[in-house]
Design a protein around this ligand. Structure first.
Ligand SMILES: Cc1cc2nc3c(=O)[nH]c(=O)nc-3n(C[C@H](O)[C@H](O)[C@H](O)COP(=O)(O)OP(=O)(O)OC[C@H]3O[C@@H](n4cnc5c(N)ncnc54)[C@H](O)[C@@H]3O)c2cc1C
Length: 439
């Protein structure tokens, strides 16, 4: 309930931030205009610009604002909102041209005054940003390069759009409106400063050092690291952090990984990482002693947020076992007396990361581990294929609707399992998911 109230509060803050500039239109003196549709077009412009400013705040990783939703949900919101804001901003010139076709001339940079061209360039930057983000994988743009381009296009779109609005001055010429927009502009600058300079600088002051690189089954590696000259940070089991290895924290080369270890007083951390692409394929070559920068913790995927459950059910696909390991290790450290289940879906028996660790944890916990294998060995008597409604039904206890559920794995698996749990009568309010795909 408290989480819902917090979520409601932050949604209200979001709506207020986006709608405030529209509210200002009502109090500002009406400039010479072209009637109702002209005002509507202005409204689209102001609302779009305000939404653009809020986009910067959404990915600034403010812990308090993202906590009720989970940061992955906030990133998805940022992504889908981008389409809405582009539609709103495109509507701004489209409506103006529809009510007065002569205004088409403003699209021609040779004829238009510079402040009009700034508006067109802002829109073009935004369209380039959308295309390079939505089709990044199809266009073969590497993730790290895309992040830099994304930042440049976003700042360009915002700055040009801001200048367009400011220089033209319709509805924005009065001192009070100018002050509000100046504050919005300064907030965006402050966020960029905080995210790109202040935070990397503070990470530089609190480095970690890799202490061990352990090979795991299924092309995975566990990286152990310890804080150097500080106590590390407190986290809730199941949360994740952005990790930079082999680069300065200013280099924008960080990757999100779930913390796989349980919280310990000396701040040591472990991450279990699957070889997947450019960066993760290099993890096995990292040497102990290498400096690491860890920005965390983030995320809401933790049993500590749901302490009153009758027990916990963890449902993992592939490397989705990493946050589950953190939560199970924490339960074992705390000598938790409740009954728990781990469903782990993998291709074959030899490729299950942390398999032996889950076996070890069974000695310390009332834990049932259900491996579901796509390609089982010949003598396999356990579950086969995928995690289905029947598999869940066979192993979940009578009091299943009093348990708390954590799902992490490929997106189609998460969606299917959510559906199965629903069919089994598990309330949606008891189901948590973690997406390993932010971008
Ligand atoms: C909250 C969260 C927790 C995660 N926990 C784990 C974990 O415990 N273990 C694990 O093995 N993997 C985890 N991942 C996935 C991991 O972040 C990606 O596999 C890794 O970043 C891929 O990088 P790459 O350069 O090897 O792959 P690439 O081939 O370059 O990229 C593959 C895809 O991974 C995504 N990706 C790449 N770089 C980044 C980045 N810097 N930030 C965000 N996404 C990126 C992009 O969608 C990209 O298309 C997690 C992801 C998230 C969002």
């Amino acid at each position: 309930m408290q989480g819902m109230a917090q979520a409601g509060f932050w949604i209200a803050v979001y709506l207020a931030a986006v709608l405030a500039p529209l509210g200002l239109l009502l109090v500002a003196p009406t400039p010479r205009g072209g009637g109702f549709w002209w005002d509507v077009a202005m409204g689209f412009g102001f609302a779009g610009l305000a939404m653009m400013a809020v986009q910067f705040l959404l990915t600034a990783r403010f812990r308090r604002a993202t906590a009720p939703f989970g940061i992955d949900v906030v990133y998805y919101f940022h992504r889908y909102l981008a389409y809405v804001l582009v539609a709103v901003l495109v509507a701004h010139p489209v409506v103006l041209i529809l009510i007065n076709p002569a205004q088409r001339m403003y699209l021609n940079p040779l004829e238009a005054p510079w402040e009009m061209t700034a508006g067109s360039l802002s829109l073009l930057s935004l369209l380039a940003l959308i295309v390079s983000s939505a089709w990044r994988k199809n266009l073969g743009i590497p993730y790290d390069g895309w992040r830099v381009v994304h930042l440049i296009l976003a700042v360009a779109a915002m700055a040009l759009g801001f200048y367009h609005m400011w220089a033209i001055g319709y509805y924005s010429g009065t001192p009070v409106v100018r002050v509000v927009w100046a504050l919005i502009g300064l907030s965006v600058l402050a966020v960029v400063f905080r995210v790109r300079l202040l935070r990397p600088w503070s990470l530089l002051q609190r480095p970690f050092r890799v202490t061990e690189v352990r090979e795991e089954r299924g092309d995975s590696w566990t990286l152990a690291m310890e804080p150097v000259g500080h106590g590390g940070f407190a986290f809730e089991p199941g949360q994740f952090a952005w990790v930079t290895l082999g680069h300065s924290p200013f280099a924008m080369r960080e990757h999100p990984f779930s913390i796989a270890s349980s919280p310990v007083p000396d701040g040591r951390l472990e991450f279990t990482i699957k070889e997947l692409g450019d960066f993760t394929r290099t993890v096995g070559q990292i040497e102990p002693g290498e400096p690491a920068y860890v920005d965390g913790p983030y995320g809401a995927f933790s049993l500590d947020r749901h302490p009153d459950a009758a027990g916990y059910t963890f449902i993992a696909g592939g490397i989705g076992v990493a946050p589950m390991a953190s939560m199970l290790r924490a339960l074992a450290d705390r000598e938790d007396p409740r009954s728990h289940i781990l469903f782990a879906a993998h291709s074959d028996w030899e490729r299950i990361p942390l398999r032996d660790e889950f076996q070890r944890l069974r000695e310390h916990l009332d834990l049932e581990v259900v491996h579901v294998l796509e390609e089982p060995p010949e003598d396999w008597s356990g579950e086969t294929g995928w995690i289905t409604r029947e598999v869940l039904d066979r192993h979940l206890p009578e009091n299943r609707d009093e348990m708390e559920y954590f799902i992490c794995g490929p997106i189609p698996m998460i969606q299917k399992v959510e559906g199965f749990l629903d069919e089994l009568g598990i309330p949606a309010s008891r189901v948590r998911t973690e997406l390993f795909d932010l971008a």
